[in-house]
Design a protein around this ligand. Structure first.
Ligand SMILES: C[S@@+](CC[C@H](N)C(=O)[O-])C[C@H]1O[C@@H](n2cnc3c(N)ncnc32)[C@H](O)[C@@H]1O
Length: 276
């Protein structure tokens, strides 16, 4: 059996990117990055699985789906092809949302919803960080809900998971919210989606026609679920600001809003706040 070091260089020679090889070695050995560093010259735990996973990666499969594993701000999540693999931009959305929660709400005893929750990444991170708050996850797809439930159980996080179209399950159950975080589908033109994503990730998580559809749907219905003082945090497509601004002005005439850039300088977030 080769060592982790030998297996690592074998995959690098085949052209597999370093972070992907490290990810695979950590998963196979059940190590974190530091653990792998310490045991780099020990035998790899399962060389056959390593070779198979590297081949599947070379053949085009996403490494997260190969191992059914993704990390969201260090939170280990089960993922499969029913859910979108959480993105780095979404990690930034959540960190910015936490800062705004701390700015605008005095209490940590909030009702928070992750609408369009997918794997549950956003809502589960918030549940882990705001244990005094009630956190809801909601999604339209029952397969996706199954994944979110599995993640909530694995992480032992107490959240309520609802199924339905955008805010409908909250309206039907008369649930009132302080914070909504939402990363809805927003790609209008499927030809702009890269081939790997299009072939493997769920189309329900990606496509919206028009691209503003789910933002507008949520804002039209927001008064049925939101308390007087509220925060809405959206991830948006990088070219959507001009399309979304008139919609925000129309449906939230008295609220403060800001479009914000991600770490690459692209406008990727919309925050809407109503304070008393
Ligand atoms: C872009 S993904 C976001 C997933 C996850 N929140 C994340 O950030 O990784 C969008 C999610 O919206 C869900 N979705 C699509 N249409 C929906 C609808 N009408 N109502 C609720 N959820 C919907 C999809 O199933 C998918 O899980």
């Amino acid at each position: 059996m080769p060592t982790n070091r030998e297996a690592y260089f074998e995959a690098i020679k085949l052209g597999v990117p370093k972070p992907v090889v490290v990810f695979a070695l950590c998963e196979i050995n059940d190590f974190d990055y530091l653990g792998l560093t310490k045991c780099f010259d020990e035998e790899i735990k399962n060389y056959a699985l390593f070779k198979e996973s590297m081949q599947r990666y070379i053949d085009g499969e996403m490494i997260e789906y190969i191992f059914n594993r993704s990390y969201f701000l260090q939170l280990p999540l089960y993922v499969d092809k029913n859910v979108l693999i959480p993105r780095q931009e979404t990690e930034e959305l959540v960190l910015r949302t936490c800062r705004l929660i701390e700015t605008y709400f005095k209490s940590n005893n909030l009702a928070i919803a992750d609408v369009c929750s997918g794997s549950g990444a956003i809502g589960l991170y918030l549940a882990a960080n705001y244990p005094m708050s009630k956190v809801y996850l909601s999604d339209y797809s029952k397969e996706t809900i199954r994944v979110a439930k599995k993640n909530a159980e694995n992480l032992n996080l107490d959240v309520e998971i609802l199924k339905g179209d955008m805010l409908t399950p909250f309206i039907e159950s008369n649930i009132k919210l302080d914070v909504i975080v939402c990363n809805p589908p927003y790609i209008e033109d499927e030809s702009t989606i890269d081939e790997k994503t299009w072939k493997q990730e769920p189309h329900l998580a990606l496509l919206a026609k028009p691209c503003t559809k789910y933002y507008e749907q949520l804002l039209i219905n927001k008064d049925n679920v939101l308390n007087e003082c509220y925060l809405i945090a959206f991830e948006i497509g990088e070219d959507m600001k001009d399309l979304l601004e008139p919609i925000v002005k129309k449906h939230c005439p008295n609220a403060k809003y800001s479009f914000e850039e991600d770490m690459y300088g692209k406008t990727r977030y919309l925050f809407i706040v109503n304070t008393l």
